[in-house]
Design a protein around this ligand. Structure first.
Ligand SMILES: Nc1nc2c(ncn2[C@@H]2O[C@H](COP(=O)(O)OP(=O)(O)OP(=O)(O)O)[C@@H](O)[C@H]2O)c(=O)[nH]1
Ligand SMILES: [Mg+2]
Length: 368
């Protein structure tokens, strides 16, 4: 089993969530001095979001990852104004952030049809430029995909995140009794009787040391950066990766998960969260739950734990609810489904406000 884990440790399935492309806009066309002609402008390169595309498909379809727009036509005796070069559109999935090679944001494409220009076509030659055209802009750009979901499942491997998503939604993620079953993030949709839909992202398991690239690492946490809420999932009986690694109780796993979030991006710890205590069908689960609840009342009191000092988080998650469930028997699942909706709705106005502030800050940074 351990060998199996090692094989899949560094892999991220065949899921591609970032890609680097070369883009070049068209050069302008030449002007014709004798008749005061004007060359056509070069075409621009645009990145356009569509639900139908994936980064993997871009990689497969365009192995050279080069996107070049057409040049503008020269002016001629018959056409004093040369025709404009055709634009190039790169179709990308919704949820992509486009950045320059040195990580400056060019644009966020969060909805179908959102578009951003990534290379501007050159000007056609004309009188003011001595009839000489200018080159089109060329550069490397990076596309970084962040899934857009309302909730993100965060937990140690084997805690039952994928099982939970299966009983909550119609998603069919892979489930198995070994760590790191989930290799690529996946989204499931929770459907409510009044047709309300809530999306939940299932992520690979985090382990202590994920920030040091242990297990699946923690890069996939970028997919919870945009989720409104977090759903922490812990196994009521705790977790042990292998016989040589320490056993961690449910209380310890909460701390370790918090620490890994903090080490990835401190703001994640301040996201609203629910704590789901799974596997309540196992023997002694009730006593362990009672113990966990007791410990959570005083999270700073770590006397009962053997966590190394560098794995103790600076701050603690505040859980709006602690929800015992069993993905195996269905116990508590309906209540969890309602609580997920309730907390998202409670938080909707606050979240919109925070999102607006974030956008405003981004726009200000960009206009500087
Ligand atoms: N007894 C019991 N077993 C459960 C429960 N939920 C999940 N399991 C089992 O726990 C194991 C792990 O479940 P997964 O849903 O794959 O766990 P995960 O958190 O998605 O794991 P990774 O993808 O590896 O991070 C499987 O064998 C499940 O059948 C539960 O409520 N009770
Ligand atoms: Mg899983």
């Amino acid at each position: 089993m351990v060998r199996l884990c090692r094989i899949c440790l560094r892999k991220y399935g065949n899921f591609v969530d970032n890609i680097r492309l070369y883009v070049r806009a068209g050069a302008g066309g030449m002007g014709l001095p004798r008749l005061g002609g004007h060359g056509g402008n070069g075409g621009d390169v645009w990145v356009v979001a569509t639900e139908k595309m994936t980064l993997k498909r871009i990689k497969d379809k365009y192995p050279q990852k080069r996107f070049v727009a057409d040049v503008g036509a020269n002016s001629s005796v018959r056409s004093l104004k040369g025709e404009r070069g055709k634009d190039k559109e790169i179709l990308v999935p919704v949820g992509v952030t486009v950045t320059t090679d040195d990580d400056k944001i060019i644009g966020d494409l969060n909805a179908e049809g959102d578009r951003v220009m990534v290379a501007k076509g050159g000007h056609g030659g004309c009188l003011s430029s001595a009839f000489l055209p200018s080159k089109g802009q060329s550069r490397q750009i990076k596309l970084d995909l962040k899934l857009i979901a309302d909730m993100g499942l965060v937990g140690f491997p084997n805690a039952g995140k994928s099982s939970l998503l299966t009983v909550l939604s119609s998603a069919t993620p892979q489930i198995a009794n070994y760590p790191f079953t989930t290799l690529k993030p996946q989204i499931g949709t929770l459907l409510y009787e009044d047709h309300k839909q809530i999306s939940v992202a299932d992520l690979p398991g985090l382990i202590e040391g994920a920030h040091l690239n242990k297990g699946m690492g923690h890069k996939f946490l970028k997919h919870v950066e945009r989720t409104k809420h977090l759903l922490f999932v812990v196994d009521v009986c705790g977790f042990q990766l292998a016989s040589q690694t320490p056993f961690r109780s449910a209380f310890e796993t909460v701390h370790l998960l918090t620490k890994e979030l903090e080490l990835y991006k401190e703001e994640l710890v301040s996201k609203p969260a629910l704590l789901v205590v799974n596997k309540m069908d196992l023997p002694d689960a009730e006593e362990k739950l009672a113990e966990l609840k007791e410990q959570l009342l005083n999270p700073e009191d770590l006397c009962s734990t053997s966590l190394p000092a560098d794995m103790i988080p600076k701050s603690h998650m505040t859980f709006t609810h602690v929800v015992p469930v069993s993905a195996a028997t269905g116990f508590g699942v309906d209540r969890l489904k309602s609580l997920i909706r309730e907390s998202l709705e409670d938080d909707d106005t606050m979240a919109t406000e925070a999102f607006r502030r974030e956008r405003l800050q981004l726009l200000r940074q960009r206009s500087r």
